[in-house]
Design a protein around this ligand. Structure first.
Ligand code: HAM
Length: 416
């Protein structure tokens, strides 16, 4: 028990963590170019925020939240997603009083009590973007383009972008009626979950993975055919902007996102059947959380799913390995000298290391190899007496001596 991590969580160990860092850095680089700045919100929030923001009838709120009472008997929840928190921070810090838009990103762990499987965890990691304050359809396309640019720069290809409009509340009212009418005769045959969705949130029935439910929704009316004029025009404009960016997409009229705050545009990016990124517009959320009536749109991608996609597509990330210099000491005096030399090299910007266990020359050379050192610096008592060090260039095998007091400058120059 003590040595087992909780189910659905992962340790990200050396050897893997470099890939995470690379992906996070790529995200930060792309976000910066799109002029999106970071926000860091707490890992837990008042439960009420997610219940209201994400929606009482969603799977997330009904079944998946890690909710607990703290010692002050407040109900808190580990964040299952980042949008509600980002919007809460936007409202709490009165960013709405500043000129718009506000463009925020976050990267970090999220928590959902789901059944773990490949690509689905209880603690997982998202990078997300929220663009608040602009209703224009070009912004929808810009946010989608941002997500696509990120994946492209990582080297992923063959991604499928699916988009839909889930309409504004006005469109949805008409649509729900049409959908309920269509499903009324088969209601009894739907799964238990869908029977309760029928009254509370019938659109979610379209998203059910149960085969019988899938069959019964085959000829169901689609939201896209029930959009009010404004929503239809918005969707058409988003598609046109995507066309103008040269971004390919598939209109998937059955796509229903699993969170309640979406209005109008919804989208997902899919790789080999797995949704690696999802997002959409949420024009009612800011107000729902207590701010003014302001539109918003955003997305979040899963880091674990991004890694799986990279693996599936055989993409090797260009992660630098190895160190600049490894110090080999022979004898006590030399050993002492390498301690200070190591510090000097590091202060000067080199990635450097040494043996700590007083091993043999052979063992130290092996360690230098294992650490993929570009240069090995060998100092014995003789070298020390002469005030020099032996430097070995591990790529060429070339070996030469350098004055100890010129060594740091020499290696700094070579490893620039
Ligand atoms: P979501 O679709 O629930 O949307 O999650 C976004 C992404 O997070 C998914 O596409 C998937 O890659 C990853 N993900 C979700 N659950 C898990 C899990 N249990 N294990 C591993 N990865 C997972 C949202 O969270 C919205 N907040 C996105 C958004 C931002 N919409 C507007 N702004």
């Amino acid at each position: 028990m003590l040595t087992n991590r909780p189910r659905g969580t992962n340790d990200i160990m050396p050897g893997d963590v470099e890939q995470w860092q690379f992906i996070e850095q790529t995200a930060r680089d792309v976000f910066r170019r799109f002029h999106v700045t970071e926000v860091r919100t707490p890992i837990f929030e008042h439960t009420e925020l997610f219940a209201r923001g994400v929606g009482e009838t969603t799977d997330i709120v009904e079944k998946e939240m890690y909710t607990f009472e703290d010692r002050g008997e407040r109900s808190l929840t580990l964040r299952p997603e980042g949008t509600a928190s980002a919007v809460r921070a936007f409202v709490e810090h009165k960013l709405h009083a500043q000129p718009q838009p506000t463009k925020l990103f976050y990267i970090g762990p999220m928590f959902r009590y789901e059944r773990p499987q490949a690509g689905r965890y209880r603690q997982f990691h998202q990078f997300g973007v929220e663009l608040i304050g602009v209703e224009h359809p070009s912004v929808d396309a810009e946010v989608i383009a941002l997500a696509m640019t990120f994946y492209k720069e990582l080297g992923l290809t063959r991604l499928s972008l699916e988009i839909n409009s889930v309409g504004s509340p006005g469109s949805r009212e008409n649509y729900r009626t049409a959908l309920r009418e269509h499903l009324a005769p088969v209601k009894e045959h739907l799964c238990k979950d869908c029977q309760s969705r029928y009254d509370r949130n019938p659109m979610r029935i379209l998203d059910c993975k149960n085969e019988t439910c899938k069959q019964h929704t085959q000829g169901a009316p689609m939201m896209l055919d029930h959009l009010v004029e404004e929503d239809a025009a918005h969707f058409k404009a988003v598609c046109e902007y995507l066309d103008s960016f040269g971004i390919e997409y598939i209109v998937n009229p059955r796509m229903v996102r699993g969170l309640d705050y979406y209005t109008q545009t919804a989208f997902e990016i899919i790789e080999s059947g797995s949704t690696i990124c999802g997002g959409g517009r949420y024009n009612g959320l800011v107000q729902q959380i207590g701010g003014p009536d302001m539109p918003g749109i955003g997305f979040a991608g899963g880091l674990e799913r991004c890694l799986l996609a990279l693996e599936t597509q055989g993409v090797e990330l260009p992660i630098p390995t190895g160190i600049d210099a490894f110090l080999v000491a022979l004898g006590d005096a030399a050993q002492k000298r390498t301690v200070t030399l190591l510090q000097e090299l590091r202060v000067n910007g080199l990635v450097a290391d040494k043996d700590y266990l007083g091993k043999s020359m052979k063992a130290q050379m092996k360690a230098a190899d294992r650490n993929q050192a570009r240069f090995v610096v060998i100092i014995g008592d003789d070298e020390l007496a002469q005030g020099v060090a032996n430097v070995k260039n591990m790529a060429t095998g070339e070996q030469y001596s350098v004055a100890l007091d010129a060594l740091v400058a020499h290696l700094t120059e070579l490893t620039k």
